[in-house]
Design a protein around this ligand. Sequence first.
Ligand code: SF4
Ligand code: SF4
Length: 104
Amino acid sequence: MSQIKFTLENWEKCKCVTCPVQAENQCFQEKNVKTLEIIPKIKKTNMVDSPELFPGMYCVNGKTTCRNLDIKQICQCHSCPLWVEYDLLHDKPMRYFCRDGAAK
Ligand code: SF4
Ligand code: SF4
């Protein structure tokens, strides 16, 4: 089971927000705008009430609710510091957590 916690510090390491698999997806873009709006509040309180609303860290959050991901593009998890830190290469699913669910 992955031990990764959803924290703002980890969120800032996650590569999902710039990943081409979802970057052009309208559903993702709408969620990302909302995320950008609430991050200043989170920084003040250091509380993340609803991590599932964040359009990333799918290795923790599980599958995205957005449809029509561009799965032909390459998952960017391999370039994420958390991928190395938590040895996600040997977890399942391996990458594409937005499509296949959280790391176990
Ligand atoms: S899990 Fe991988 S494919 Fe999905 S958005 Fe994140 S980096 Fe991209
Ligand atoms: S391993 Fe992938 S899904 Fe998990 S935080 Fe990093 S980029 Fe995001």
